[in-house]
Ligand binder design. Structure first.
Ligand SMILES: [Zn+2]
Length: 215
C-alpha cells in the first residue's frame, strides 16, 4: 500500500538523523498520498538509522491504521491536524532539534534572520502555546497556525514543526529553521539579530515555492 510514499518517507527519516536534526527516535514525519488520501507516518519508538519502508505505518485521515505492523508515532494527531487544515500541504516534519528547542523553551518566536529560513519558512516561526504532546488540543492549535499560513512553528517547551507542499522540502525546511535558531542565539551575543524585510522574504519564498504559492 502506497509503497513509493513509504519508501520516500523512510529515506527522509534516515536523512533526519544523518543531518543532525534528531537524536535517537525523537521527531517524526508524515506524507499525505493525495490520490488515496492515505497518510504514511513514522512508527513510534523505532530508530531512524536504517529505517525501511516496511516499518512505516499508513493511516487514513481519521487516524485509523490501515497498513503496517508498527504503531504510529504518538504525535500522529498533530500531523493529521496540519495535513487536514490546508489543501496545499502534503508533508509535515516535527523535530526536537537543539537550537530551535532552546528558543521554544523560552517561548521566543523566531523571525526570519537568514535567507534560508526566509525561503523555506516565510517571515516568522511563531510559538504555539504549550499543549500536552499527542493530544487533540495540540493538534487543533497546530491546525490553527497552519491555516493562518505559517510554514514553520515552534512548539513551546517541545520542538518544531515544518509543513510543506512536497515531501522533498521537509529536511531542507527543518534544517533552515534550526540554522536560523542557531544564528539567532549565537548572534544575540554580538548584537540584535535583524529580520529580513517582508518584501525580500516574499521574493525568497518564490525561489522555493514558485509564483503559485498559496500564502
Ligand atoms: Zn515531539
Amino acid at each position: 500500500m502506497i509503497e513509493k510514499t513509504r519508501e520516500l518517507l523512510a529515506g527522509i527519516a534516515r536523512d533526519l538523523l544523518a543531518r543532525g536534526l534528531t537524536d535517537g527516535t525523537s521527531g517524526n514525519i508524515s506524507i499525505l498520498d493525495k490520490p488515496s488520501q492515505l497518510v504514511a507516518v513514522t512508527p513510534s519508538g523505532l530508530p531512524y538509522l536504517d529505517m525501511t519502508a516496511d516499518q512505516i505505518t499508513v493511516l487514513d485521515l481519521a487516524g485509523k491504521v490501515v497498513w503496517g505492523k508498527c504503531p504510529p508515532t504518538s504525535e500522529y494527531l498533530m500531523h493529521l491536524g496540519a495535513l487536514k487544515s490546508r489543501e496545499d500541504i502534503t508533508a509535515v516534519i516535527h523535530t526536537h532539534s537543539r537550537f530551535a528547542i532552546a528558543m521554544a523553551s523560552v517561548h521566543l518566536a523566531l523571525p526570519s534572520i537568514t535567507v534560508d529560513m526566509a525561503a523555506y519558512c516565510g517571515k516568522e516561526a511563531p510559538v504555539i502555546p504549550y499543549q500536552t504532546p499527542g493530544t487533540e488540543n495540540l493538534a487543533s492549535h497546530v491546525a490553527d497556525y497552519v491555516q493562518q499560513g505559517f510554514r514553520a512553528m515552534l512548539l513551546a517547551n517541545h520542538g518544531t514543526l515544518f509543513v510543506a507542499p512536497e515531501a522533498d522540502l521537509l529536511i531542507d525546511g527543518a534544517e533552515a529553521l534550526e540554522l536560523a535558531a542557531m544564528a539567532y542565539i549565537r548572534g544575540s551575543v554580538l548584537g540584535k539579530p535583524q529580520p529580513i524585510r517582508e518584501e525580500e522574504v516574499n521574493k525568497l519564498l518564490d525561489l522555493v515555492y514558485g509564483q503559485k504559492r498559496a500564502v
